[in-house]
Ligand binder design. Structure first.
Ligand code: FCB
Length: 462
């Protein structure tokens, strides 16, 4: 057993997906349009003009897809609900046909002993709400709470957990500041306001869910990473800490402490004023949650931007938010997203959260990697890089448990290859390969390996 890492009893193993990335059926059964339908159909916004119109056609194939999950032994499955499928106008009249899809999916999961973990918002805002300002409009937060209530009443007592938002940093700053994601706005102030309204929506949704469901756990998922300063120089340490303020503390502080980090607040208020924060907002946002969901993919080594570094540094999306560059060495192994592979970063992050915010129950709600996968002549997909990636990250999570982190479970991103947002279908993150021409599902080696991890509740390091 020396090379076997055993996880605690009851540790939950799962996999994750999101509605727009897998469902397809963009116009089926009364579904309204989302900002991603609009964005992906706008020329130049996604690679090759790819859209989620069909994606993995999961909407029509969910029964056989659940059989695949059962075959892998998944104990829990994280999926998201498409807001415009349930409420085509964003508010008001419920589209029962859309809600029925999720009722049937939940039935099927429970019949196969798989616990459903539902994300309410994985970026597909109803387009009608975007037309009224989207997340820049404070009313969107109340509409979100109303949508949460509809889902809570329909499904709440049969769900293991509800995650209000997925990665509000991405929804706000990539959707409203860099414009790489829907709705494609490009303004720093807009990102700040959108982030606040998302957080407010989270708090209001927790309130409305507490009064409609009492059996399921409530939480939120954030994308986090603690940067490594390239040196001990004051400037490098400062830019790394500023990165953590923007990505991590800007979301964790309000949710878990009821305030924004002071120095960044000052800077943002200097740009947009402070009217967007109303008197009770911070109390609402810091409503009690039962767990925090953490999405982790990579960690960057950051240096203050300086001419001498320029020729060999890379600008990342994050560089748009500060005077820093990613100076992670070129030889560091990377995924096809160009993300450096850094399992220790997961350990350090989980420990950092626990040290900074106390011992709260955590789930890794996403972790995984895209590589160049292909079906060989025998019909197999030998994705040994993904097996290595997952093994090393599971081992890092295990070390975090040993360091006293209250980690309850782990969701691999993703169950299936799927529509990877602006990258279209070019990035394959799945445990299961999708042939987009035939919709055939093929278990990659990593899926079979993950099955053995789940059944042993442990990882073989040999
Ligand atoms: C996360 C998203 C998820 C997927 C992975 C690769 O930021 O939550 O939908 O795109 O990245």
């Amino acid at each position: 057993m020396a090379n076997q890492l055993v996880f605690p009893d009851g540790f939950k193993w799962g996999a994750a997906t999101a509605s727009y990335q897998i469902e397809g059926a963009a116009h089926a059964d009364g579904k309204g349009l989302s900002i991603w339908d609009t964005f992906s159909h706008t020329p130049g916004k996604t690679l090759h003009g790819d859209t989620g119109d069909v994606a993995c056609d999961h909407y029509h194939r969910f029964e056989s897809d659940v059989r695949i999950m059962a075959d892998l032994g998944l104990q829990t499955y994280r999926f998201s609900i498409s807001w415009p499928r349930v409420l085509p106008d964003g508010v008001g009249k419920v589209n029962e046909a859309g809600l029925d899809f999720y009722r049937r999916l939940v039935d099927e999961l429970l019949a196969n002993d798989i616990n459903p973990a539902v994300t309410l918002y994985h970026w597909d805002l109803p387009q009608v709400l975007e037309d009224q300002g989207g997340w820049l409009n404070r009313e969107t937060s109340s509409h979100f709470a109303e949508y949460a209530r509809v889902v809570g009443e329909a499904l709440g007592d049969r769900l293991e957990s509800i995650i209000t938002l997925n990665e509000p940093w991405v929804s706000s700053f990539i959707g409203y500041t860099t414009g790489h994601h829907a709705p494609g706005k490009q303004d720093l102030g807009d990102g700040v306001i959108a982030a606040h309204h998302l957080l407010l929506g989270h708090g209001l949704a927790v309130e409305s869910l507490r009064s409609t469901t009492n059996s399921c756990d409530l939480g939120i998922t954030v994308n986090l990473s603690v940067a490594v300063p390239a040196s001990t120089s004051e400037l490098d340490v400062k830019v790394a800490s500023r990165h953590d303020d923007q990505l991590d503390r800007w979301f964790l502080d309000p949710i878990l402490k009821g305030s924004y980090p002071e120095s960044l607040l000052e800077e943002y208020v200097g740009i947009v004023g402070d009217d967007f924060i109303h008197a009770d907002d911070m109390a609402t946002i810091s409503a009690d949650i039962d767990f925090l969901g953490v999405n982790y993919y990579t960690r960057n080594i950051l240096a203050a931007r300086d001419e001498a570094h320029e020729p060999w540094t890379r600008k990342t999306t994050l560089s748009e938010f500060g005077d820093f560059n990613d100076v992670t060495p070129h030889e560091t192994p990377r995924t096809t997203k160009d993300w450096p592979i850094d399992p220790d970063g997961l350990h350090d992050l989980l420990v950092w959260i626990t040290e900074s915010y106390g011992k709260i129950p955590l789930y890794v709600t996403e972790n995984g990697a895209a590589f160049i996968d292909y079906v060989d002549q025998s019909g197999a997909v030998h994705d040994s890089q993904r097996v290595d990636y997952l093994r090393d990250h599971f081992a890092a999570a295990h070390r975090a448990l040993a360091s006293g982190v209250d980690l309850r479970g782990y969701f691999v991103w993703s169950l299936f290859d799927n529509f990877e947002w602006a990258d279209g279908y070019s990035q394959r993150f799945g445990l299961v390969f999708i042939d987009y021409h035939t919709q055939e599902r093929i278990l990659k080696d990593s899926a079979r390996w993950y099955k053995s991890v789940i059944s042993a509740n442990g990882v073989d390091l040999a």
